[in-house]
Design a protein around this ligand. Structure first.
Ligand SMILES: Nc1ncnc2c1ncn2[C@@H]1O[C@H](COP(=O)(O)OP(=O)(O)OP(=O)(O)O)[C@@H](O)[C@H]1O
Length: 223
């Protein structure tokens, strides 16, 4: 699903991480953790081609991102759901319109029932016609998750998806992602929250990738 071969990245101020080699299989569940500024968001951006690595090769769904044409990249991205750290909504559109956007902008069908089921799934059934600036931080994160999963992605990349949520809601959102994983979606979640990781491990076979120095390693049994 995702393969990194000797990937290094440097934004210009020295290497952020070096020689990352990893392979995340179809249908797998991974957490990406480590100190603030270690490069978690950068790894996610490399996975959906928002960023090219300084060196090394990133492949997604069997194809090197750097070798894809624009159309191939767009097609690949349609199969990837992304929950951005800052959510990135269009404030003049309603919650329902924002959530439906990944489908409507690519000409795919969206029924009212599908949309209301999905909003209900993330506990936002009563907010379909609200506008993003009126949502709380946690409601925005839930809407961002709904928008990411509306395309029934093969891969879901979530950057601190529970950062603004209380513990109950964090668990609930995590379980939604576990449910999605059980239906076959590969999941990668960047998070600082070790409690969330421990909670997840009781429900799913999740592996943990952890930054240690400038390396990204599979974490051992300490988590
Ligand atoms: N576009 C950019 N240009 C220059 N430096 C950047 C850019 N984006 C990120 N950085 C720097 O790269 C480092 C890693 O950033 P990144 O957002 O990947 O870390 P993170 O582990 O996700 O952090 P956090 O947990 O705080 O979200 C940080 O020091 C950040 O300031």
């Amino acid at each position: 699903m995702i393969a990194f071969e000797d990937v290094s990245h440097d934004y210009g101020g020295g290497p952020l991480f070096r020689d990352v080699t990893l392979r995340l299989e179809q249908g797998s569940f991974h957490f990406l953790t480590g100190p603030s500024g270690a490069g978690k968001s950068t790894i996610l951006k490399l996975c959906y081609g928002e960023l090219q690595p300084s060196s090394g090769k990133v492949s997604v769904m069997g194809r090197a991102l750097a070798e894809m044409t624009r159309d191939q990249l767009a097609e690949t991205r349609q199969r990837i759901g992304v929950v951005h750290q800052d959510c990135q909504f269009l404030d003049h559109l309603s919650v329902a319109q924002n959530v439906g956007l990944p489908l409507t902008t690519t000409g795919r069908d969206l029924t009212e029932t599908d949309l209301s089921d999905l909003l209900g799934w993330v506990g936002l059934g009563g907010h379909a016609n609200a506008f993003p600036p009126t949502l709380s931080g946690g409601e925005r994160q839930r809407a961002a998750l709904a928008r990411a999963v509306i395309v029934a992605p093969t891969l879901l990349l979530a950057d601190e998806p529970t950062g603004n949520l209380d513990w109950d809601m964090s668990q609930r959102l995590l379980m939604l992602m576990v449910e999605l994983n059980r239906m076959g979606t590969a999941i990668v979640i960047a998070t600082h929250d070790l409690n969330l990781i421990r909670f997840a491990k009781a429900h799913v076979n999740a592996r943990v990738l952890r930054f240690s120095g400038r390396k990204l390693q599979i974490a051992g049994a300490e988590l």
